[in-house]
Design a protein around this ligand. Structure first.
Ligand code: BGC
Length: 908
């Protein structure tokens, strides 16, 4: 193979040039890898998959993560052993350890290979080796002998009653491995011989099933009974495929009205069972299970289905025309059990359990309610209002589970629904106690990579709230909120939050999958990027074409590239970027800026907008969309250049220049005053660098005005979805760190800390989702779990914590902590694709101490205040410098006409 041949010829060259060729002397798989070296490889991964099982890519790129604190360690070459029947040795002279090309011939369907990796450092040392087993999934349609089967699906206008589909089959003896390949039209939960297979929830997740249908691969080798009759069955529920989606009445049956199951069981690559007309179906003990409305469970119905007696024959559905592939995103799983913190009775006599944390998931019944003929009704909500369950913000989502009593209930948990909640109201179980019910937090199981902690407890809670809102809004896809009748993949919310998400969690596979849908939906809409992905035929959303939201097509792949260094994602999404700019954006014919006839959401939820009109903020929505358009066009030019698409790069560069000119003549006066005199407008210009090059004074003029605006608002948040994620960074990057800290630490509403001080455990959609008198904001947009405004986490990680990437993918790192406010220490870490990046600082007795850790194979620029910047390689580095607090902090009010008292007690 060409790659392989290149590697071998490079290897030959290295033999001639290396003086110390000890490590190369023996070239056999037994003694190839020396051991006991200081740098270790801790993880080998392929593409962006969580594991190597069932991947959909025949030539997976490989990455490995290092651990160890050797100083200045860089990789000079790597050795790969690939065991696929025969043993292949590849030795590649290359410093790259992330997404290196597959060096062998493409994998075949079902093929299993073992990859062992070891790296050599510039000091001649070898790391220990690490292995990954990669097993290909089913690459072609012909690999599927199974058919899609279905039971009775009832009235299409009603919720669908979940049912089970299954078969009895004989399992041969003497096999090495067994696999289940499974997907569904609807959501499924597979069982074998009475035991649940795997731990995936709501599989196959939500994709736009018209284009992509994900299947799962389960290792069932240890679950089969060889030489015996085995019983396989899977529950299927309506899920996103046929359930009610979206706000108000929503839409049902978006992808079809008949649920279906596609399942194939193989041992050593031979099919032993497959869904076909010999399979049978039956209802069970679940009466209904709807994503937003909840589940009804009848404990009187015996769920023993081992014999499949009395089940009816299935019928067949056409095989899906969409692409069948496995997800790179990790599956949704149970992440954490949450123990109740309180149980109380309301004035109306309702029993409430408080879980102490707002989260998304369901509950598990640990106790046993009375065996009466009645029912237990569980209602979920995020907040209490005036002492009772506050359900109004849930809008049309019923968020209610019902247990029909009579049989065993202990152990019950809902299957195909989930709720965003902290409080649970229980009716019908008079003597229920706290220990009778536990909460279960569910989310797409992304690896947690980013951490932040500092000396300010309220800030720590704010950060924890961001993490919890991330978990709740990454259930299969990035959503706006997890509780009310939306839970939709709003593109704008994700676009502003992605830098924080990419730091907190290993989100590359999760977002790469989602972006594929974005492009598919966009193509079907002639270039418009829908405001929600997957798109839905919802009244009010059809035809909506928006700046900021649609710009996710360009900015989100770019952010992924910065966070994970994968140029392939840019390649994959490049056509989508161009389509958005060339066909999607609705423009004015002369200026090419956004059409003035196309209303924009703009700086959505600016706190000055009335509750009922969240788009009516201080900043002209068109200015917001146009600023984004110039920025997105500049980025697209950069991407084109990176991908060697020179003509396109030149075209977008010239477009961005003329758009910028048009932007200036539309919105900026000759003396650099902005037509919308708001913080968001100024932050956009400064942050996106949308300045007029012929006016060198412009940056100064705009930042001075921004300072005035910040002071005028008493450092309270005066920005919406667009301005809030960038305001603090803009201040810090324009020599106004003291204002940034002052705003970050403000306690009066609207501010980041005000919800925290009211007891918030997640990020709210609006600063005053809950009013100080204990009543819920009257606005329609009143969620208590929206990650968008939590984008401030990026400021905590990069500016307070001091960790950011200097080059895409963390090969070069910037360590630049910027202490301020009344913080005396911060600890920040990020588990990058190379290994752990860490920066801890504390201020003590007039000194600033900084300890930072750079992973092997990386370089860092370290910039400590009051010290010249230095370049360092891997290892743990300590710095100690004189520390003089910023005298400008806390900033004073400079405009005497303001008589309003400022929150005095914020310095804590
Ligand atoms: C969602 C938002 C979204 C907005 C845009 C809301 O209903 O919850 O987060 O971005 O609509 O219109």
């Amino acid at each position: 193979m060409p790659d392989c041949a290149k590697a071998i010829s490079k290897l030959a060259a290295s033999f001639q040039t290396k003086t110390n060729s000890d490590h190369f002397a023996v070239y056999s798989s037994e003694s190839f890898f020396p051991t006991n070296m200081p740098v270790r490889i801790t993880r080998v991964s392929c593409e962006h998959y969580e594991t190597g099982l069932g991947i959909s890519c025949p030539t997976p790129r490989l990455s490995w993560r290092f651990e160890g604190d050797a100083f200045g360690w860089t990789q000079t070459s790597y050795a790969l052993i690939i065991r696929r029947g025969t043993v292949e040795n590849h030795h590649i002279i290359d410093s790259n350890s992330v997404l290196v090309p597959w060096p062998s011939s493409p994998l075949r369907s079902r093929e299993s290979v073992e990859v062992e990796v070891q790296a050599m450092g510039s000091d001649g040392s070898w790391t220990s080796s690490s292995t990954l087993v990669i097993e290909a999934g089913l690459f072609t349609r012909d690999d599927w002998a199974a058919q899609v089967v279905t039971g009775a699906n009832g009235d299409p206008d009603q919720p669908k009653k979940p049912y089970r589909v299954g078969a009895r089959f004989h399992c041969p003896t003497g096999f090495r491995s067994a696999r289940l390949y499974i997907t569904s039209l609807g959501v499924h939960e597979p069982w074998l011989n009475g035991v649940r297979i795997g731990d995936e929830l709501l599989a196959p997740g939500w994709t736009d099933y018209r284009y992509q249908l994900r299947y799962s691969v389960h290792d069932i080798s240890a679950m089969l009974n060889p030489g015996e009759i085995n019983v396989f069955g899977a529950w299927i529920g309506e899920g996103w495929y046929a359930g009610r989606l979206g706000f108000r009445d929503g839409v049902r049956n978006v992808y079809g009205s008949a649920l279906g199951l596609l399942a194939q069981i193989e041992v050593d690559g031979s099919i032993i069972a497959r869904s076909d007309l010999t399979w049978r179906w039956s209802h069970g003990n679940i009466v209904s299970s709807e994503l937003m409305d909840g589940e009804i469970f009848d404990s009187n119905i015996d769920d023993n289905w081992s014999g499949l007696e009395g089940w009816s024959p299935v019928t067949m559905l056409p095989f899906p025309t969409s692409t069948l592939l496995t997800a790179e995103a990790p599956p949704v799983r149970e992440i954490r059990h949450i123990v109740a913190t309180d149980l109380f009775t309301t004035l109306q006599g309702k029993t409430i359990i408080d879980f102490g944390q707002n989260f998304a998931g369901y509950v598990r019944i640990l106790g046993e309610p009375p065996r009466t003929t009645g029912k237990v009704v569980l209602r979920y909500a995020e907040v209490m209002e005036k002492g009772e369950l506050g359900t109004r913000p849930l809008r049309a989502a019923k968020c209610t589970d019902t247990i029909i009593l009579g049989g065993t209930v202990r152990g019950y948990k809902a299957k195909f629904t989930n709720h965003g909640f902290r409080y649970l109201e229980i009716v019908g179980w008079p003597d229920v106690s706290m220990g009778d019910i536990e909460g279960i937090l569910i989310s797409s199981n992304m690896e947690r990579t980013g951490h932040f902690e500092c000396s300010h407890e309220t800030l720590n809670q704010l950060h924890s709230n961001v993490v919890h809102s991330t978990l709740a809004n990454t259930i299969s896809l990035p959503t706006d909120c997890p509780q009310r009748d939306e839970r939709l993949g709003w593109t704008g919310d994700l676009q502003v939050f992605a830098p924080s998400l990419n730091f907190l969690f290993e989100s590359s596979g999760f977002l790469r999958d989602w972006l594929k849908d974005l492009y598919e939906d966009q193509k079907a809409l002639g270039g418009h990027v829908p405001v929600i992905v997957p798109t839905l035929p919802l009244e009010g959303l059809m035809g909506l074409c928006q700046g900021v939201w649609g710009d996710a097509a360009i900015i989100t792949p770019w952010d992924l590239y910065l966070g994970f260094g994968d140029r392939q994602i840019l390649k994959d999404q490049f056509a989508s970027m161009c389509l958005w700019l060339d066909e999607g954006v609705r423009r004015e014919p002369d200026t090419q800026l956004w059409s003035r006839k196309n209303p924009q959401l703009g700086d959505w939820l600016d706190p000055s907008a009335p509750p009922s009109l969240p788009g009516r903020g201080r900043t002209d929505p068109l200015l917001v969309a146009d600023a984004y358009l110039v920025h997105a066009t500049k980025l697209a030019a950069k991407v084109a250049e990176l991908l060697n698409q020179t003509d396109t790069a030149i075209r977008y560069q010239s477009q961005s220049r003329s758009l910028l000119q048009a932007f200036h003549s539309t919105y900026i006066t000759a003396k650099s005053r902005v037509i919308s005199d708001s913080q968001t407008a100024h932050a956009l210009l400064l942050h996106f660098d949308l300045l007029d090059e012929s006016k060198p004074e412009q940056r100064g003029v705009l930042s001075r005005r921004l300072e005035e605006l910040v002071i005028r608002e008493f450092w309270q948040v005066s920005t919406g979805f667009v301005g809030t994620p960038i305001i603090l960074d803009t201040l810090a990057n324009h020599d106004m760190l003291h204002h940034a800290y002052r705003m970050l630490l403000a306690r009066d509403c609207p501010s980041w800390l005000s919800p925290v001080l009211l007891g918030a455990t997640t990020i709210w959609e609006r600063w005053d989702s809950m009013l100080s008198d204990g009543s819920i904001n009257s606005g329609n947009m009143t969620s208590f779990n929206h990650y968008a405004l939590g984008a401030v986490a990026n400021f905590l990680h990069t500016i307070v914590g001091g960790i950011s990437h200097l080059e895409p993918g963390w090969k070069r790192i910037l360590i630049r902590p910027q202490p301020g406010g009344n913080l005396s220490w911060a600890k920040t870490s990020y588990l990058s694709v190379y290994g752990l990046v860490r920066c801890n600082w504390h201020i003590n007795s007039g000194f600033l101490h900084v300890e930072c850790q750079i992973p092997p194979n990386c370089q860092a620029q370290v910039e400590i205040p009051g010290r010249e910047s230095v370049e360092v390689g891997s290892g743990i580095w300590d710095f100690k410098v004189d520390w003089r607090p910023d005298e400008r902090f806390p900033p004073d009010l400079v405009q005497p006409e303001f008589s309003r008292p400022v929150d005095k007690d914020w310095v804590r």
